[in-house]
Design a binder for this molecule. Structure first.
Ligand code: ADP
Ligand code: MG
Length: 292
């Protein structure tokens, strides 16, 4: 590749809001076989809303929501924001919290009003030795609709299943179709459960899902996805996407994402959605075609 053609390609991409941070990435991207997408904030809007709160016998909605919201007020996860907005709308009581802890990829816990409160994925409940019981069926039903279902436990008893829904970005499905038309395989990597991830994949046409991945497992998931001799691009927005962005052949950050993601990426998309990936690929391929 001549330096001039790379410069021209990089300039054309920049006009479309695609910033190649290294000239090398323009070349690398033209030979990518697989595009792996982070789910939350990349395929979806990253702004979930609380949709369901199903109580176990003997628990009160306002009381459970108040305890859960008090814990989530200490968290910065998008799930926490969804729960806090709902608690505000419902005007539940406010409580102080003690001994807050965030358990990466699992959920959060704290002492609230003298009670021990846990909020998180089923694996958090399992890890704490708590029985989920009948609410497991409810969880499956919610996940199959593409919602993320969490459990709340109070003083060692599972009190409720809470679901949040994070809508798919309006442009995601068309962008994924365009990637397929360019002959690429499209996968999604997420910490969410398989049922939830598969519902989102069906809605957007994603071929392959790797679910239940802990934040430090994204790099290993990329290696599993990349077939022998294949090249992989990873697209993400979050702090926990930074290692995967650095590890993939081409790391592509959503420009509306976190600074850490942007700094770890080879390519930055100003548009904040997946159309930028399609544009980046087109520029990269046409640049390399002109050179050969
Ligand atoms: P992702 O970015 O795919 O959501 P995370 O590792 O951040 O992955 O979270 C994985 C799972 O851990 C979430 O789907 C949720 O079940 C649980 N979790 C994480 N943080 C929280 C929180 N603040 N409140 C409740 N559950 C949480
Ligand atoms: Mg994300």
């Amino acid at each position: 590749a001549t330096p001039t053609s790379i410069m021209v390609g990089t300039g054309r991409a920049a006009e479309m809001g695609v910033l190649f941070r290294k000239g090398d990435a323009l070349q690398q991207l033209s030979s990518v076989d697989v595009v792996a997408l982070d789910k939350t904030g990349t395929v979806t809007q990253g702004r979930p809303e609380l949709t369901d709160l199903v109580l176990a016998d003997g628990f009160d909605r306002a009381e459970v929501l108040a305890l859960v919201a008090a814990v989530e007020a200490q968290s910065e996860h998008p799930i926490a924001e969804a729960i806090l907005r709902a608690a505000k709308v419902e005007g539940v009581a406010r409580h102080d919290v003690m001994d807050f802890a965030s358990i990466t990829g699992h959920g959060v816990r704290a002492k609230v009003a003298g009670r021990e409160v846990l909020v998180g994925a089923d694996r958090l409940m399992t890890r704490e030795g708590l029985e989920i019981g009948d609410l497991a069926d409810e969880e499956r039903r919610l996940a199959e609709q593409g919602r993320t279902a969490l459990f709340a436990a109070i003083d060692g008893r599972v009190a409720a299943v809470i679901a949040v829904a994070d809508p798919v970005k309006p442009s995601s499905a068309a962008a994924i179709r365009a990637l397929h038309a360019q002959g690429l395989k499209v996968a999604m990597i997420t910490g969410d459960k398989r049922e939830t991830a598969e519902a989102i994949a069906r809605e957007t046409g994603i071929d392959h899902v790797i679910a239940g991945v802990l934040p430090d497992g994204k790099v290993a998931a990329l290696d599993d996805l990349r077939g022998a001799g294949q090249r992989i691009a990873f697209v993400g927005d979050g702090i926990n996407d930074a290692p995967a962005l650095a590890h993939s052949d081409v790391g592509i950050a959503i420009g509306t994402g976190t600074d850490v993601a942007i700094e770890s990426a080879d390519v930055v998309l100003m548009s904040g959605d997946l159309r930028g990936v399609v544009n980046a690929l087109e520029v990269s391929r046409s640049t390399m075609r002109n050179i050969r």
